[in-house]
Design a protein around this ligand. Sequence first.
Ligand SMILES: Nc1ncnc2c1ncn2[C@@H]1O[C@H](COP(=O)(O)OP(=O)(O)OP(=O)(O)O)[C@@H](O)[C@H]1O
Ligand SMILES: CC(C)(CO)[C@@H](O)C(=O)NCCC(=O)O
Length: 430
Amino acid sequence: MHRSGSRPQLDLSKAAIQGNFEVKDPTILLPNQSDDISHLALDIGGSLIKLVYFSRHEDQSIDDKRKKTIKERLGISNGNRRSYPILGGRLHFVKFETTKISECLDFIHSKQLHRGGGGAYKFADLFKERLGVSLDKEDEMDCLVAGANFLLKAIRHEAFTHMEGQKEFVQIDTNDLFPYLLVNIGSGVSMIKVDGDGKFERVSGTNVGGGTYWGLGRLLTKCKSFDELLELSQRGDNGTIDMLVGDIYGGMDYSKIGLSASTIASSFGKTISDKKELADYRPEDISLSLLRMISYNIGQISYLNALRFGLKRIFFGGFFIRGHAYTMDTISFAVQFWSKGEAQAMFLRHEGFLGALGAFMSYEKHGLDDLMVHQLVERFPMGAPYTGGRIHGPPLGDLNEKASEARVCLLLLEMPLPLSNTVYIANYLN
Ligand SMILES: Nc1ncnc2c1ncn2[C@@H]1O[C@H](COP(=O)(O)OP(=O)(O)OP(=O)(O)O)[C@@H](O)[C@H]1O
Ligand SMILES: CC(C)(CO)[C@@H](O)C(=O)NCCC(=O)O
């Protein structure tokens, strides 16, 4: 696994979100076409800024032994052909809180990621002033779909299910990928029916999303960071907040309509009957009830939309998920329960980077691409062995990872010549 000295050491964990930028569309920065520049794409969301950049020069340091190892692991044989050069480089994935755009700009500046370009954008002045670059705007939905399609086709262990604490990676048949429902849970939620590359329709959405959990949770618990709120939920008991079927039916199931006594009849419903104030409730319980309410609701609405269009597979992305087991289990449960096991919820390892990755890929569209894929042949599992499932892969981000630490994923890019296949290899730096 490659280590990078570029891992940012910004401490964002101490920063509470205090405002909201209105600009949400992914953008790309157009580079000069000199050799050693890093391509950079940004997705400036309501809560988080996602950044994907390519550093080519680092890969040129790959030594022959490593090249050989990569090829062996990928099963690439040179046969009679000459060894092809590895043009390669790395794709880096980093995120910042949107309210901390200044730190993001510092980061871009410190890495010298900024280069010239054209276009206009709402953050244009800030970028122009601080970095001397112009931004080109890309459509957010286009980018989300391009990012998701790319990941699902290119990264073998990108998608996984999560049910009752069990993670299982899903092998995607790239010839049988479409149609599917993409549910991106950011600040708000977009539901997109994807029929192919660039073929999609945003069929629904809900304003009850990640921003709702983080915003309401912050007000109700005084938590200072999203991860702190999520961590609290792990020690919560939602039974003190939620009204259960058993609370209404004298401790009994309502079996005639298939509801057990422990089913939540009304999220937060118990707080109306008590003569209690907010301070009388445990923040842990509030956080869990809120998380469950929002996750379940999104799972249910997603399934109803999948049902509308006869879709069996639903992929969930967006940073609300945060690789958090309870969130994924709740979404999966809702999908399974309402579909009677017919539909399946799947999650993506690069959950929150779809838009930024899609924006990055639009370099191809702008004719600036010399990196992009023509055909993907093989990938091997990312990073360190993941021990909790049947298929090995890297650990997903967990709560031990500080909110402050930008999550960095490296993706090595190998470009065999002449016109042949392009290979992506990804590594997490956890
Ligand atoms: N460190 C964090 N700080 C703030 N929110 C976080 C953090 N980690 C995860 N989240 C969750 O992720 C959500 C944002 O997800 P994401 O970055 O995918 O969307 P966005 O692009 O900001 O939103 P939108 O697309 O709706 O504009 C937040 O609303 C919150 O629920
Ligand atoms: C407005 C966007 C697309 C911005 O990312 C997102 O926050 C969202 O899908 N919100 C939900 C809006 C709705 O459909 O009700």
